[in-house]
Write a protein that binds this ligand. Structure first.
Ligand code: PLP
Length: 520
């Protein structure tokens, strides 16, 4: 529910205007209880103040207590700033300007603003004309009857990953970042991308960051920069997202699958050892669900066999391994800013990280059509660039990312506390700090638990239902496809809703449904 407060409602509350005040307060309490933040329209700032001043003044006049005008100015500012403190301001856009042909320009603005809030937008108002002309306008009486006193308890669906709540938390910063790029019209290779590269390098402690178009492109660009040749063998985990293996195939190299560790679900160094041949050139460990693989053991193998290591950190930007940051644990690393990743943009995005100057130069070259100078191409490259709007979005979110990682860890601890005796909960080793890209449990009752969650409108997902070696796309490889740990995980894992703003009551509900399902 997205509910915008009309001026009369705001003035009712701020001035405690009888007899309306009590009803509106009842609604505000209900919104609070349901964790819905009421919205205010930025285009109404002066009207809120002007009408509130007039109301305070006329009331004092009636009581013969009239004070000087500066009192009402200050009082209205004070009341409005305390009331609006934890509400969400909705922008006035330029389309809200030309409204003078409307019978009531102010109403026309509100209607535009509410219509932009989507299908579940509402305008709470006592204005008779608005209630008549606008189908999304609702009076306090109607609202109380329909929602507050509703027979069925109002239930807000639990999102798997709550991007809307996150937007409301940082809305002014996000809008400012995006509109700054639009105003600059510098959409490709603009200053926002350069700023992001610097910000990410500082965050991860890596010398070079090259923002690019997606996590998949980042993998491809890293393989190009590593000078992978057709037929080269590259060891990848059997249990991961398709892109880890598919980019290897796409670049005409050969993905060779290794099984994963049954405790962390990340690639097992023992399994890597068994797959190394004379043709092996590198290994791509995946920091699955936000937890890094055993990078020291993997780097040691690499040194012994003269291999490169590319960390697929699509799920783990911000994670730590033995006090060092993910993306700074091997020769080269990649991440993804897909919206649902722990640090996501508002579209597709990714990045390549390295401390090696020569590798960084190659990635930059390949990501931009193999050109160092415009229209002079020294290499065959791709268009793998990140656009400036995505860069500005990631930079704005990065400021809150450390706090979000902390919150994600609290949510995970809350799940584990409630679930540890019921199902197999995730194991994050003491050497690791996870970003909890997913909170993934294991149970032999995978289907049943997911069914019971779905009945209660609680989303869940299987990451991943089929190991890579069994995928049709890799059938051409004719490799062994028996990976006992990966096969077991596919049959047993399920990921639960995970985001920094998941509340204790929601975790309680999710866990009680799981507990019931398991004990059935
Ligand atoms: C998400 C993901 C990718 C791909 O990232 P995109 O930005 O979606 O292209 C690659 N590897 C892993 C492990 C992922 O989770």
């Amino acid at each position: 529910m997205n509910i915008l407060l009309d001026v009369n409602i705001v003035v009712d509350i701020c001035s405690k205007r009888e007899p309306f005040y009590t009803k509106v307060l009842e609604i505000m309490d209900w919104l609070d209880l349901n964790d819905i933040s009421a919205r205010l329209y930025a285009g109404s700032v002066q009207t809120y103040q002007y009408v509130l001043m007039s109301e305070l003044l006329s009331r004092d006049k009636k009581n013969n207590e009239k004070k000087g005008i500066s009192f009402y100015k200050e009082e209205s500012k004070y009341l409005l700033s305390s009331f609006t403190d934890d509400l969400v301001w909705i922008s006035a856009l330029s389309e809200d300007g030309p409204v003078y042909s409307d019978e009531d320009p102010e109403d026309a603005q509100l209607i535009k603003a509410v219509n932009r809030m989507g299908n579940d937008g509402l305008l709470l108002t006592r204005d008779k004309r608005l209630l008549q002309r606008f189908e999304k306008a609702i009076s306090p009486e109607q609202f109380i009857a329909k929602y507050v006193n509703a027979e069925k308890e109002w239930q807000i669906p639990i999102p798997f990953c709550d991007l809307k709540k996150q937007l409301d938390e940082y809305r002014p910063e996000m809008e400012k970042a995006i509109s700054g790029v639009i105003e600059s019209t510098s959409f490709i290779n603009g200053p926002a991308v350069k700023t992001l590269a610097e910000d990410l390098s500082v965050f991860a402690g890596v010398k070079h960051t090259i923002p690019c178009a997606s996590g998949t492109d980042a993998l491809l660009l890293a393989l190009m920069a590593l000078d992978v040749k057709p037929g080269d063998e590259i060891i990848v985990p059997a249990f991961t997202f398709i892109a880890t293996g598919s980019m290897v195939s796409f670049y005409k190299a050969v993905p060779v699958f290794a099984d994963v560790d049954p405790v962390t679900f990340t690639i097992d160094p023992e399994s890597i050892k068994k797959k190394i041949t004379g043709k092996t050139v590198g290994v791509i460990p995946v920091s699955l669900y936000g937890q890094c693989a055993d990078m020291d053991a993997i780097n040691k193998l690499a040194a012994e066999h003269d291999l490169w290591i590319l960390e697929d950190a699509a799920q783990s930007f911000g994670a730590e391994y033995k006090g060092r940051k993910s993306c700074n644990l091997s020769g080269i690393a990649t991440t993804s800013f897909f919206p649902a990743k722990p640090l996501g943009c508002y579209g597709d995005g990714g990045a390549v990280f390295t401390n090696d100057d020569a590798l960084a130069d190659k990635v930059r070259l390949y990501a931009n059509h193999g050109q160092a100078k415009r229209y002079y191409h020294s290499k065959i490259g791709i268009n793998g660039r990140m656009d400036s709007i995505q860069a500005a979005v990631v930079s704005a979110k990065l400021k809150h990312f450390s706090a979000e990682i902390e919150l994600r860890n609290k949510v995970a601890a809350g799940y584990t506390e409630r679930l540890k005796s019921i199902v197999k909960t995730p194991n994050v080793l003491p050497r690791n700090l996870s970003t909890w890209a997913q909170y993934t449990i294991r149970s032999e009752k995978q289907d049943l638990i997911r069914e019971k969650l779905a009945e209660k409108n609680i989303p869940s997902a299987i990451h991943y239902p089929m190991p890579l070696p069994k995928q049709e796309a890799f059938a051409y490889l004719t490799q062994d496809d028996d990976f006992p740990v990966s096969d077991m995980l596919s049959a047993q894992v399920m990921s639960l809703p995970m985001h920094p703003f998941l509340k204790d009551e929601e975790i309680d509900l999710i866990c009680s449904v799981i507990s019931e399902a398991v004990n059935e």
